[in-house]
Design a protein. Structure first.
Length: 270
């Protein structure tokens, strides 16, 4: 069976990493660890978990964090080196090469010249292998809920972006509900959703990031908890039943959608 490249993590800038991780645990059920590998870097602090969300707090100006809150959308591929070679041949150059000692392999961060999307290219399993030096660490597909189920990216030309993602990453897209985040959407088993067009929530976006979509077994319980804590959520009926809820960027300036596990296939456009 041919491996399907998949979204594996997303990194965003936060203003206060301690407050972000504390509130994410209390209000979203997401728990974080600090990678030992990043202790060597004093310019920023990092925390992430099996759920696929990574928070980064810069302590000085960083070139890769100079264009907004979205740092990376990481994709697991069969070979990071081979995919990077394809991107370089297509005219794109990595802006950061990150060496992972445990698998003795590189992962490559590309800049926003690729449809304004900062992409991290990594070989499937390498990052988890690195994290397992600190203890158990599951791949995103096998991790327990809650976790990131998809990332929704707003792009200027959805068809062109999907075409290039298919060209370089062998990703297949199908039409999907843009969930009010645009007028049209494309998605797939890779868990990257593209949207384009007007959205009433545009003020909540940090382009190209429109939403980090979190899966919950009991999304109504999570909605009630957030509302009790003072958050306002926008409701969206799902074709498969139940509702998704958009928090906008009210949680530490990071746009978030909550949706039930029962709608996971729907959000992948399947």
């Amino acid at each position: 069976m041919t491996y399907v490249p998949k979204f594996c993590r997303i990194a965003v800038v936060v203003d206060d990493l301690d407050a972000f991780t504390r509130d994410a645990a209390a209000l979203l059920g997401l728990h974080f660890v600090s990678p030992k590998l990043d202790e060597q870097f004093t310019a920023f602090s990092v925390a992430f978990g099996e759920h696929g969300l990574m928070g980064i707090q810069p302590h000085e100006e960083l070139p890769f964090a100079s264009q907004g809150r979205l740092i990376e959308v990481a994709m697991d591929v069969t070979s990071a080196d081979a995919t990077t070679d394809r991107l370089v041949a297509g005219g794109y150059q990595p802006v950061v090469t990150n060496f992972l000692p445990a698998p003795a392999a590189n992962e490559y961060l590309f800049g926003r010249d690729f449809h304004n999307i900062p992409l991290m290219v990594c070989t499937a399993g390498d990052n988890e292998m690195q994290m397992r030096e600190q203890g158990p660490f599951a791949e995103l597909e096998l991790a327990p809920l809650p976790k990131v189920g998809a990332v929704t990216l707003v792009v200027e030309n959805m068809a062109d972006t999907a075409r290039d993602l298919e060209r370089f990453f062998d990703m297949t897209f199908v039409p999907c509900d843009p969930m009010g985040l645009g007028t049209a959407g494309l998605s797939g088993a890779h868990r990257v959703r593209l949207v384009e067009g007007h959205s009433p929530f545009h003020a909540e976006f940090h382009p190209p990031l429109a939403s980090i979509d979190l899966i919950y077994e009991d999304v109504e319980r999570q909605r009630a908890m957030l509302e009790k804590s003072g958050f306002s959520l926008s409701e969206r009926a799902l074709r498969s039943g139940g509702h998704a809820y958009y928090l906008g960027s009210s949680f530490h300036n990071v746009p978030i959608t909550l949706y039930p596990a029962s709608a996971d296939q729907e959000l992948k456009g399947i």
